[in-house]
Design a protein around this ligand. Structure first.
Ligand SMILES: [Ca+2]
Length: 489
């Protein structure tokens, strides 16, 4: 079994693409076995069901697709080949490890920087190459910049690159003697300073370029020759010399010894993850526990309270529309409804109120009532994974003891701020970086801070994350926003 630290430490954190792999921390290099889970086993049934959903959504976010994988470089501070193909990348001068987003990536200076290994693909047969790329904000727009290539002694067999002549992303294949080139080219300009997922496919008769998981260009070609002079990240080969140095960052490079389908590229690019795991307000929620052999069948489109309610209905026979209608006056109660019912003791025979923070156990439910302070949102509700003990580094209030609590929930706003010192100790599986729009939504695991009154031990306050300021937390006491917890019995 892998420790819980493993879960939220190295591999866990990230989102589309940047996430080297949910299963990576299991330590088995290439296995990529679905649900080779780093989760701490739980005996609370609804928590286990919630965590299964989280785990599959994380695998989707990681673009988990092992079939035909010939090389996989997460670039999380090392050039290791996670596919098991034993093609580690070696860095050249001008290439360095950085952490623009969780997990880390390879940054290239556009002058000499590259990473290289021996040729991986048999380029006489169909293949696919994919990578997350980010042109530096100040990258030249008047130079060809290649993210990934596999080369012959004279020229690159394929190039996944920025093409300055059209100002867009492109996937190209060349003949061995350079006399012929075929290009699949995007029609919209490449953006600098933005993470973009690129996939190039040669299916034997055509090349295709996908950007962000969507097909952007195709061209006919049956060109076929074996490029045996090495695979390169951040440069290409032309006239027997290295050229096209990439200025920016590259992450999660993969090569497949087959042509992936559009649907598979949706998975690899993280597009499916963003479609399947969604924080949803104002529409009927949909939470579907799928099948293990089809990641795309796992769907969570809900808000915090509908996610919890559907987890309970999925897990327990007693959790029916009738039960919730009887005790909460709604088949899918809001977070504030749960909080009020816990406080008033009206949640019915299946819920027993837990008053003290130190009494919390895995599976307990904590509801916060926003007291009408947030338009369109009655509150928040989470499931407890573990109370990780007291915390005193920040957000200290006299007469109150603060606890870091690992939780499972559904949210649009992950708990924590990527890059802050304390974040790494109390992370969130949905956090990708500190860039707006890059983080994932939906079901995930994170950390909230809950306070207990020193005189009673009962809930006194919360913070959304360890990074929430004390000033903000001054308005988050129970006198302003009631908090109540319950255990299923
Ligand atoms: Ca990475």
């Amino acid at each position: 079994m892998v420790s819980r630290r493993g879960l939220l430490g190295s591999a866990a954190l990230v989102g589309a693409g940047a996430l080297a792999g949910v299963v990576q921390s299991a330590g088995t290099a290439a296995a990529e076995a679905p649900l080779d889970t780093p989760f701490t086993p739980v005996t609370v049934p609804h928590l286990a069901e919630a965590e299964r959903m989280v785990q599959y959504q994380r695998m989707l976010a990681a673009g988990h697709l092992p079939v035909g994988l010939a090389g996989h470089w997460p670039l999380d501070g090392s050039g290791a080949d996670r596919s098991g193909g034993a093609h580690p990348l070696t860095l050249g001068t001008g290439a360095s490890w950085t952490t623009l987003r969780a997990g880390g990536e390879l940054t290239l200076d556009g002058q000499t920087g590259y990473a290289a290994t021996a040729s991986v693909l048999d380029t006489t047969a169909p293949f696919t190459v994919s990578a997350w790329v980010r042109l530096a904000a100040d990258a030249s727009t008047t130079a060809m910049q290649t993210a990934v290539s596999q080369d012959g002694t004279t020229a690159s067999r394929f190039l996944l690159q920025y093409d300055d002549t059209v100002g867009t992303w492109a996937f190209k294949v060349r003949s061995a003697d350079q006399s012929s080139k075929v290009s699949a080219v995007d029609t919209t300009p490449a953006q600098r300073g933005v993470w973009t997922h690129l996939t190039g496919v040669w299916d034997g008769t055509r090349v295709h370029l996908y950007v962000g998981g969507e097909l952007k260009g195709s061209a006919d070609t049956t060109l076929s020759w074996a490029a045996t002079a090495g695979l390169n990240v951040g440069r290409a080969r032309w006239n027997g010399a290295y050229v096209n140095f990439f200025q920016g960052a590259v992450d999660d490079v993969r090569v497949y010894s087959r042509a992936l389908t559009a649907q598979e590229i949706g998975v690899v690019s993280g597009k499916t993850a963003r479609e399947n795991n969604v924080y949803l307000i104002g529409s009927p929620s949909s939470v579907v526990w799928g099948t293990p052999d089809d990641l795309t069948s796992w769907i969570n489109r809900s808000r915090c309270s509908s996610f919890l309610t559907r987890v309970l209905k999925h897990t327990y026979g007693w959790a029916t529309d009738d039960y919730f209608s009887t005790y909460f006056q709604d088949t899918i109660p809001e977070a504030a409804d749960y909080c009020k019912a816990f406080l008033n003791g009206t949640a019915g025979p299946r819920f027993r109120r837990i008053r003290k923070v130190t009494d919390l156990r895995p599976g307990d439910i904590i509801a916060i009532d926003y007291n009408g302070q947030v338009q369109g949102n009655t509150g928040h509700i989470v499931m407890v994974r573990e109370v990780k003990g007291t915390f005193s580094g920040s957000g200290v209030f006299t007469g109150e003891t603060q606890y870091a609590v690992e939780i499972v929930d559904c949210t649009s706003d992950p708990h924590g701020v990527y890059g802050y010192p304390n974040y790494t100790t109390y992370p969130d599986t949905r956090m990708v970086s500190n860039v707006d729009g890059e983080s994932l939504q939906g079901a995930g695991i994170g950390h909230m801070m809950f306070y207990a009154s020193d005189s009673t031990g009962e809930f006194s306050r919360y913070r959304w994350s360890v990074n929430t300021s004390k000033t903000t937390a001054e308005n988050l006491s129970v006198s302003s926003r009631p908090i109540a917890a319950a255990r299923l019995v």
